[in-house]
Design a binder for this molecule. Structure first.
Ligand code: SF4
Length: 310
């Protein structure tokens, strides 16, 4: 996660060293998100280095991607965040006038340039009823869709960084509608490519919205970690930093990390969809499950998996 103009921000070389450390630890996927990682002048060098070893996804809200086409050529996926096809509504959700136009332009431009662009809506009460049409619109144009779920950070004394904010009109209260969206996405996955969410994730979401029960245990600090722009590491962004990227190898098998993993596995404080996904798909067997689940998108996945093993 990057912020702008922080004198403690990692240098290019430090980031490369950090990525090499993650590679040695067996990490297979890197997600570069913001703030906005594209603000860094050396972002091309970072993406090029990252994509040698990892499936590398870069997030942008559409504000910078079109100016960084060359930097993005080696990214495996570029996710442009866009919540609805309704321009006014999207700009309201994003809180930025013109956000919709920029995101749509970015998606079109990146696709024209041959970059693996996808669109990433955050599902909330405001777009829940549009998610299926939204998915149909983009997938029928060859643009995959992968999903976030509206959530906000709980109060904490110390955390790595903040992303969510509480906004009542975003909160999904129509549980039935949410479960119907899960069912419809499962059905769509059988019919078309580019619906990037596993059945296991959809089934877990459905059960949660129907019964309030979680079918997963959080795997923070096991199957996913967060690294901030200074190289600090925590299990998830809501938790306080526990080490740095340069000390990660020394800590990975420590008692301290083992205890933290136990603590995190009992936590049920968030519903961020990426954390749920990585908790549900947490080992090699799960990678195969993801592959099988996403068989329509398998060519992409196989080539990336091959690359990460080299
Ligand atoms: S459930 Fe996991 S990812 Fe969510 S706040 Fe708790 S430790 Fe973090």
């Amino acid at each position: 996660m990057w912020r702008q103009q922080d004198e403690k921000e990692l240098s290019t070389e430090e980031i490369k060293i950090g990525l090499d450390i993650l590679h040695k630890l067996g990490v297979i996927e890197i997600v570069l998100s913001g703030g906005n990682p594209l603000l860094r002048e050396d972002i091309k060098e970072i993406i090029d280095h990252s994509s040698k070893h990892f499936i590398t996804t870069v997030y942008d809200n559409g504000s910078i991607a079109t100016e960084k086409i060359d930097a993005l050529r080696n990214a495996d996926f570029v996710a442009i965040s866009l919540d609805t096809l309704d321009e006014k509504k999207n700009d309201y959700i994003k809180g930025v006038l013109g956000a919709w136009k920029k995101a749509m332009t970015a998606i079109e431009t990146l696709q024209r340039e041959g970059i693996s662009v996808g669109v990433s809506p955050t599902i909330s009460a405001l777009n829940l009823n549009e998610i299926i049409d939204f998915t149909r619109y983009f997938t029928s144009r060859g643009i995959p869709v992968w999903y976030c779920l509206y959530w906000y950070d709980y109060p904490a004394k110390s955390r790595l960084f903040e992303i969510g904010k509480k906004q009542d009109d975003f909160e999904i209260t129509d549980r039935k509608a949410m479960t119907e969206v899960c069912d419809a996405l499962m059905k769509m996955k059988k019919e078309r490519r580019g619906v990037f969410i596993t059945n296991k994730t959809l089934a877990a979401l459905k059960k949660f919205f129907l019964t309030g029960q979680r079918t997963w245990k959080c795997r923070a600090l096991q199957s996913f970690i967060m690294v901030d722009h200074q190289g600090k590491i925590s299990g998830c962004h809501v938790r306080e930093p526990v080490t740095t990227i340069f000390e990660l190898q020394n800590n990975w098998n420590s008692k301290k990390f083992e205890n933290l993993r136990k603590e995190f596995s009992k936590c049920d404080q968030c519903m961020y969809l990426c954390y749920i996904f990585y908790s549900l798909h947490a080992n090699v067997l799960s990678n195969l499950e993801v592959l099988r689940d996403q068989w329509k998108n398998a060519r992409t996945f196989i080539s990336k998996m091959r690359k990460t093993n080299n």
